[in-house]
Design a protein around this ligand. Structure first.
Ligand SMILES: [Fe+2]
Ligand SMILES: [Fe+2]
Length: 247
């Protein structure tokens, strides 16, 4: 049963309480995110453009997984297609094999984690590729935001969709770009961005086959398998092998 508030003091208290409640509601975010935008796509994360993907049950990996096994059994299909397309463009245009390899591997980390994917990917492959290839992969992320008319690279339309109009990259991204600009391997990273395409050539189906030999020549596959070679990055590969493990 409702008790009538008699005094003006009681009415003021009630008013204050209701205002505090309203304030609390309006201070809360409109909707708490269900998923952090940086979540890797193998772990149920959205695509960089924000699209949800269907997760399927995963086939077990062979006991000594190769990079090819990761392409076939773990990397999400749209990331594979994107990297194959980039590598195909690089190969068609006569780039050196190491550039083709860098294009083939540049976005692997998006499967694990999307935040700072260039840094993550570079670290994942560092024990297995030349220093130049991992350097290029690390820096493609920052270079994507900065045009270079000398090679016909403009700010990507896709980035306007992802980051919004007039987006200014974080200061650490700008600093990484400025550092890379002065580096002897600048063009190695820049060429990844040049071949970093999203549009498909109609009717062209790119497979991993043309790149298997390039991988063989420039990716030092550990004999114990990626994830089991005791390297400082083995756990990153294992996380992709066992993305359903609760701990
Ligand atoms: Fe990328
Ligand atoms: Fe890419």
């Amino acid at each position: 049963m409702e008790v009538e508030r008699n005094t003006s003091e009681e009415r003021a208290d009630a008013l204050e309480e209701s205002m505090m409640k309203q304030l609390h509601v309006s201070a809360a975010p409109a909707q708490a995110p269900k998923l952090r935008r940086g979540t890797g796509v193998l772990f149920g994360g959205l695509t960089p453009a924000g699209l949800p993907l269907d997760l399927a049950a995963l086939a077990p990996m062979p006991p000594r997984p190769t990079i090819v096994d990761f392409f076939k059994l773990r990397f999400m299909p749209h990331t594979v297609t994107h990297m194959l397309q980039s590598a195909n463009d690089a190969q068609k245009k006569g780039e050196p094999e190491e550039t083709v390899l860098a294009c083939l591997l540049h976005d692997i980390a998006v499967n694990l984690i999307k935040v700072d994917h260039g840094w993550w990917a570079a670290q994942m492959v560092e024990p297995y590729v030349s220093e130049k290839v991992s350097w290029a992969i690390r820096h493609h992320q920052a270079l994507r935001f900065f045009p270079d008319s000398s090679v016909g690279y403009g700010y990507p339309e896709r980035y306007v969709q992802i980051f919004g109009q007039g987006y200014a990259p974080e200061p650490y991204i700008r600093a990484a770009y400025e550092q890379a600009r002065k580096h002897k391997w600048y063009m190695e990273a820049r060429m990844i961005t040049v071949h970093d395409l999203y549009a498909f050539e109609p009717g062209v189906k790119v497979t991993l086959d043309p790149f298997v030999e390039v991988i063989g020549r420039h990716f030092k596959q550990p004999k114990e398998g990626l994830g089991f070679d005791g390297s400082p990055v083995a756990h990153m590969w294992r996380s992709l092998i066992y993305p359903d493990n609760p701990l």
